[in-house]
Design a protein around this ligand. Structure first.
Ligand code: ADP
Ligand code: MG
Length: 309
C-alpha cells in the first residue's frame, strides 16, 4: 500500500443510449490520486460525473475503460479485496423496505464475509443514532433515518476508505452535524474519507484536499488551502470621511475610485499585508469613516473553473 488510498487512471464511462438516445460520455479519461488518511472532496456541478465515479469505485457501475486501484488492489485483478477496502454511502436511498436496520446490517456484514464474532451492528447503530430503531421496518423510517442506515451499512466491514455521495443534500441540521461528527471521528481514527457535496462552504471546512470535475473531466486537484490561495487577490474598500483629493500610492496596490466616493484598493494578500494598504491610505491624508474587505472563497474558484467553455 503506497501513500494513496485510491488511484484512478484514464477512467472513462460511456453510458449506452437507450431507445435511440445518444450515448453519454460521463467520464473522459480521469486521472486521480486520493491520499490515504485525508478527507477528500469531489466537487462539480450537477451531471459532472461525480456519482458515476463513486459508483465505479463501489463496483456498482462498470467502467468503460481505465484502471482503478483501491488500497493497493486493482479492481480488475483483485475485485474482492478492492471491494472489501471501500464502503460507500450512495446518493440514492436504496434500502430493502422489509429489513429492520439491525437485520440490514447483519445481511450486509454477511455479504462482505464479516465473521459473526467481528460484527458490531449494535455499536454501529449507536454511532449513527439509530439504536431505538434497530427493530423497526425500513419503510417506517424517515428520510433522515434512512440516510443514517445507509451510512451504517457502509461501515459494517471496517473499510479503509469511506465514500459519501452528497451525504448532506437536503438533510436537516441535526443530521448534518451527526454526519460531520462521524466523518471527523472516523478520519481521526485513520479512515480515508471521500465525499461529494455541492455545499462549497462545507467542502472548505471539511476537506484537506479537493478535486473539481466538470463535464466528466478533472479541472483541478489541490489542497483546499492552495485552491483558495489561487485567488489570492483581495480588495479593501475605504469609505472616506470627506472627498478624496490625493489617491493613496504604494507598490503592489492598485486604486480605483468607486461611483459612491469609496476607494477600492486591490492587492495580493501574500505579498502585501493589509497594514501596508492602510498605511498608504493614511499617508495620502485620508480619514477613514469605514472599511470593508472582499476576498475570494471556494465559490469563486469553483465558478472560475467550471464556467462553461
Ligand atoms: P453527478 O453525480 O456529478 O451529478 P452523474 O455521474 O450522476 O453526475 O451523471 C453524469 C452524466 O451521466 C449525466 O449527464 C447523467 O445524465 C449521465 N448518466 C448518469 N447515469 C446514467 C445512466 N444510468 N444512463 C445514462 N446516463 C446516465
Ligand atoms: Mg450525483
Amino acid at each position: 500500500m503506497g501513500a494513496n488510498a485510491v488511484e484512478i487512471r484514464g477512467l472513462t464511462k460511456i453510458y449506452r443510449g437507450r431507445r435511440g438516445e445518444p450515448e453519454k460520455h460521463a467520464l473522459n479519461g480521469v486521472d486521480l490520486d486520493i491520499p490515504a488518511g485525508c478527507v477528500f472532496g469531489l466537487l462539480g456541478p450537477n451531471g459532472a460525473g461525480k456519482s458515476t465515479l463513486i459508483n465505479i469505485l463501489a463496483g456498482l457501475v462498470i467502467k468503460t475503460a481505465g484502471k482503478v486501484t483501491i488500497w493497493g488492489f486493482d479492481q480488475d485483478v483483485n475485485p474482492r479485496q478492492s471491494r472489501a477496502s471501500i464502503g460507500v454511502m450512495p446518493q440514492e436511498l436504496n434500502l430493502d423496505p422489509f429489513f429492520t436496520p439491525r437485520a440490514a446490517l447483519e445481511v450486509q456484514a454477511g455479504l462482505y464475509g464479516v465473521p459473526r464474532s467481528q460484527r458490531r451492528s449494535d455499536e454501529i447503530l449507536r454511532l449513527v443514532g439509530l439504536e431505538d430503531k434497530a427493530h423497526a421496518y425500513a419503510r417506517t423510517l424517515s428520510g433522515g433515518m434512512r440516510r443514517r442506515l445507509l451510512l451504517a451499512k457502509a461501515l459494517v466491514h471496517h473499510p479503509h476508505v469511506l465514500v459519501l455521495d452528497e451525504p448532506t443534500a437536503g438533510v436537516d441540521i441535526e443530521l448534518r452535524q451527526m454526519l460531520w461528527e462521524n466523518v471527523r471521528r472516523l478520519n481521526d481514527e485513520g479512515m480515508t474519507i471521500v465525499l461529494t457535496t455541492h455545499y462549497l462552504e462545507e467542502a472548505e471546512q471539511m476537506c484537506d484536499e479537493i478535486a473539481i470535475i466538470n463535464h466528466g473531466e478533472l479541472v483541478a486537484q489541490d489542497s483546499t488551502a492552495n485552491l483558495l490561495s489561487r485567488l489570492d487577490g483581495k480588495t479593501m474598500i475605504i469609505h472616506p470621511e470627506e472627498e478624496v483629493t490625493e489617491l493613496p500610492q504604494a507598490p503592489g496596490i492598485e486604486v480605483e475610485r468607486r461611483p459612491d466616493g469609496a476607494l477600492a484598493l486591490n492587492y495580493q494578500a501574500r505579498s502585501t499585508p493589509a497594514e501596508e494598504v492602510l498605511a498608504a491610505v493614511r499617508r495620502a491624508g485620508i480619514r477613514i469613516r469605514d472599511v470593508q474587505t472582499e476576498q475570494a472563497d471556494l465559490q469563486d474558484v469553483f465558478l472560475e473553473l467550471t464556467r462553461s467553455r
